[in-house]
Design a binder for this molecule. Structure first.
Ligand code: NG6
Ligand code: CA
Length: 492
């Protein structure tokens, strides 16, 4: 087997970072020199998509190579959910394991933990975690930074458990613990107010989703999250290097998801308040990673993919002045809508690929989905995939290394409500669906409409002019293609 293409792989997966949030994607108010360097040294994709406009389904899809609709539990999960990835399913880290790689996950998980047969006991070993799904090393937080439990899980166990102070978690509507601080009872403890939701437990001065009791020594400090994850990522690289093993690292950073609490050195780094500051912090983390790879002498041999799980949102539930300080910044760039949305702002995201020995410098307009990484890596590794593995993943290796400028023929993505959008060539087709056209709380256009919508992305990247009624045949055809994808066999 040709081993020259067996480079290390790092996926840096941001959370809620928009198409226009990086300076290399046109931002003038947030400067991201390290990501710009990654961009300058590799390929910048303009037409790459996450599978969904929210987190859990996108993450499910990138790791399994399947459309989220194939799993009816692939929706935003509470922090105490069971794992939605069946341990019998093939996963991207498993592919790398089979190829002899050391595999690691550091950062946000949000795909559920435990086999779901009983409520999770956070004080015991958890019986289904990323280490059962192909990761040799796992250092994660369970869900999101705004959901309890606010603790790290390493391998199968919560880090810094104290048997004297056991952890209980509840997602009941009513708080079942009368001795914990909660949003409405203890407003004096808040260091950041919520704008909507996030009004259950108060943990570290911040209102969260869900109730949590105990675990004082295990609770993370929000301002330390970035460095803690970065240190773990670096440790994983160093250990792999020391063991002389090729590696696959899924580094799922938490920025710029709410609550946005940068480490003190990034407070005020931008004029945009916490949202800009945590993006600057994220950029720094990537810079540190690059430095580490250089130090180990493996930058040339490492493919780094940088992307985001869904589009941007300014106010996602906390009063952190993201709107007031945003000024002329366009988090979704020229795209319409944002996180949650069926418009491109929801799912079209930054996507950078760098690998000095394999990938040329430049810009690619190839249409590609994050779920395609699975089959593309199989190609790179010279591995075959079983027929029921990564069934929706298409081999886009040639696009990833800049040899195919076109990519996929078509790609389906979904919005918060699981409404479908089909991108085909230069067209986007938004199938009709019920629901409000505007989410007031987050101030985002959903793209939901009972009418079909068709946009020509060549002339109308902002999806302003619906031409569905001028192209009725095209609409019919798109609807038919969507139906075919949705009815396609799981085990192809
Ligand atoms: C929403 C939360 C939002 C965010 C989102 C998940 C409220 C009011 N809003 O329900 O803050 O956590 O879920 O984001 O609770 S995601 O990026 O993980 O999909
Ligand atoms: Ca997200």
């Amino acid at each position: 087997m040709d081993t020259t293409n067996r480079c290390n792989v790092i996926i840096v997966y941001a959370d809620d970072l928009g198409f226009g949030d990086l300076s290399c994607y046109g931002s003038h108010r947030i400067h991201t020199p390290n990501l710009d360097r990654l961009c300058a040294e590799g390929l910048k994709f303009t037409d790459a998509y996450a599978a969904s406009a929210v987190c859990t389904p996108s993450r499910y899809s990138i790791l399994t190579g399947r459309y989220p609709f194939r799993n009816n539990r692939a929706h935003i999960l509470p922090g105490d959910a069971g794992c939605i990835i069946d341990p019998g399913l093939d996963t991207m880290p498993r592919l790398f394991q089979r190829a002899g790689y050391r595999t690691g996950i550091v950062g946000k998980w949000h795909l559920g933990l435990s086999d779901g047969s009983a409520p999770i006991d956070w004080n015991q070993e958890i019986n289904l975690t990323p280490i059962d799904l192909g990761f040799d090393e796992s250092f994660i937080f369970p869900a999101t930074a705004d959901r309890v439990p606010c603790v790290y899980v390493e391998g199968r166990s919560v880090v810094n458990l104290d048997p004297q102070d056991p952890i209980s978690v509840s997602y009941d509507w009513e708080c079942p613990f009368d001795d914990i601080p909660t949003y409405h009872k203890n407003p004096e403890l808040l260091k950041m107010k919520s704008s909507h939701g996030h009004d259950m437990s108060i943990v570290e001065g911040i209102g969260r989703i869900g109730y949590m009791r105990g675990g004082r020594k295990a609770i993370w400090k929000d301002e330390d999250l970035a460095e803690t994850f970065l240190d773990r990522a670096i440790r994983f690289l160093e250990d792999s290097h020391r063991q002389n093993q090729p590696f696959f690292l899924y580094y799922a950073v938490h920025q710029p998801h709410v609550p946005r609490v940068p480490s003190p050195r990034f407070r005020g780094a931008t004029a945009l308040g916490p949202r800009g500051d945590v993006i600057a912090e994220l950029d720094w983390c990537v810079g540190e990673l690059l430095k580490e790879l250089e130090k180990l002498g493996i930058l040339e041999d490492t493919m780094i993919i940088f992307s985001s799980d869904n589009g941007p949102v300014l106010d996602d539930g906390y009063e952190d002045r993201a709107y007031e300080l945003n000024g002329t910044h366009r988090a979704a760039g020229p795209l319409r809508g944002g996180k949650y949305s069926k418009f491109d702002g929801g799912t079209r995201i930054p996507f950078l690929v760098s690998c000095p020995k394999l990938v040329p410098r430049g810009v690619s307009h190839a249409l590609i989905g994050q779920m395609d990484l699975f089959a593309s890596f199989a190609h790179m590794l010279g591995m075959d995939l079983a027929p029921d593995s990564a069934v929706d993943s298409q081999d886009m290796y040639a696009a990833l290394i800049g040899e195919d400028p076109v990519g996929r023929e078509e790609l389906m993505v979904e919005d918060l409500t699981c409404g479908k959008m089909l991108r085909s060539g230069n067209w986007t087709y938004l199938s009709p669906s019920q629901g409000a056209p505007f989410m007031k709380e987050v101030r985002i256009e959903t793209g939901l409409s009972k009418d079909p919508q068709l946009y020509n992305m060549d002339y109308d990247i902002g999806q302003q002019t619906n031409v569905a009624y001028d192209y009725e045949n095209a609409v019919k055809e798109m609807e038919e293609r969507l139906r075919k994808i949705l009815e396609s066999d799981r085990t192809r």
